[in-house]
Design a protein around this ligand. Structure first.
Ligand code: GLA
Length: 384
């Protein structure tokens, strides 16, 4: 992959790049829609991602070439305009704006990779995080790791999605062989070893593209905020749903409209499941971890209502296969992938069978691929 990009770089800019940065996608074992509720998540950076090659160009222009889609774009740092509002360029524009007050240098960039877009593996965050890393290094911006992560969150929110910090944190801080138990209230984290033995996580991509900005994602955030407001007045002082535990679920039922209770109780239970999942991983109990994934999906589908028929179908069909210990939708929802805990490796026959059944049901093919916890941007930079 990098060899191909190196050749393209030389073709486009007539020189060799001075630096390369790899920005991975992310998977999430459990803890969905909890990050913006100050809760807990258990994600990891994956091997698939976007490679950036870059060097300074002694000008005030950022020239980019997106190799996978064969598109170019130039940003004039002296005359930035917000006309960059399509596809990948809008994320780059937001990233430059987020970096705004620093002295930025022009650069020539080629990027490309193997991260499916709109599949719930954070392709947009990988783009923003990788680009910000390259830009800060080329421009010699001295910034803490925390500031870089937060800047990436700000850039992404510029698109209208009021997302949490999970994606950007795992893309930057991922570590080979580990999942990250992240507390989204104070951003403290603990690295958790993956299950020992032949267990593999697979993603089944519905190939139903989700646009979270246009979906109900922000509505879910509003509903959680409304529940917090009501409970603050009628129950006890809380800052977020994270301040409640499973013992609060019953007493708050009569205080909230039933829709808000469904949303709130899902978030409270999901936070609890993250801690149970960590215990299961620490005691190498794959069966228990699998059961937690199923429970998470049930909540996401019925109580939080962010699933769709393709995701539900992909989770339900796994019940017929003993090799799959657990499955759930992953990421923002409304399309994208399921994550599956598999005992061993899925055979070609299995994948063909799922492909045929899914295609018969929905009229298009799913994609099936395995994911492994890999180094994030910071870890990779240390190892260069
Ligand atoms: C999207 C957001 C994340 C998180 C997930 C749901 O991926 O970017 O911050 O909220 O949805 O868990």
């Amino acid at each position: 992959m990098e060899g191909r990009l190196q050749d393209i770089y030389f073709e486009k800019f007539g020189k060799k790049p001075e630096m390369h940065v790899f920005s991975p996608g992310r998977a999430n074992i459990i803890g969905e829609h909890t990050d913006y509720n100050d809760g807990f998540v258990l994600p990891f950076a994956i091997e698939q991602g976007i490679t950036f090659l870059a060097s300074t160009n002694q000008s005030f222009e950022i020239r980019l070439y997106a190799a996978d889609v064969n598109e170019s774009c130039i940003f004039d740092l002296n005359a930035l305009s917000d006309r960059h509002d399509y596809g990948w360029t809008k994320y780059i524009y937001q990233a430059i704006m987020a970096m705004g007050h620093h002295h930025l240098q022009g650069m020539d960039v080629v990027f490309g990779g193997n991260l499916p877009i709109g599949a719930g593996v954070s392709s947009s965050s990988a783009l923003i995080c990788g680009f910000l890393t390259v830009l800060s290094r080329v421009s010699d911006v001295n910034m803490s790791q925390e500031a870089l992560v937060e800047m990436a969150v700000t850039a992404e929110r510029g698109q209208g999605l009021r997302g949490g910090i999970m994606d950007q944190f795992s893309i930057f801080h991922g570590m080979q062989g580990k999942a990250i138990l992240l507390d989204c209230k104070d951003y403290s984290s603990v690295m958790i070893d993956m299950l020992q033995g032949d267990y593999t996580f697979y993603l089944f991509n519905t190939n139903v593209k989700h646009n979270l900005v246009k979906s109900d994602y922000n509505t879910r955030r509003d509903e959680c905020d409304q529940a917090v407001d009501i409970l603050n007045k009628s129950y006890k002082p809380i800052q977020s749903l994270r301040d409640l535990t499973v013992t609060d679920i019953e007493p708050i039922q009569s205080l909230l409209p039933s829709l808000l209770w469904s949303r709130a109780s899902f978030v409270i239970e999901e936070n609890d499941r993250v801690h149970q999942a960590v215990k299961a991983m620490q005691s190498n109990d794959a069966v228990q971890l699998g059961a937690l994934l199923y429970a998470s999906h049930e909540g996401l589908s019925k109580k939080y209502e962010v699933s769709c028929s393709e995701l539900d179908w992909l989770v339900e069909m796994t019940l017929d296969y003993d090799q799959i210990l657990g499955a759930r939708m992953m990421g923002g929802g409304f399309g994208g992938c399921t994550i599956n805990l598999v005992d061993g490796v899925l055979s070609t026959t299995f994948c063909k069978e799922i492909d045929q059944k899914f295609t018969a049901q929905f009229g298009h093919h799913p994609d099936i691929f395995s994911v492994y916890p890999s180094d994030g941007i910071f870890q990779k930079l240390i190892k260069i």
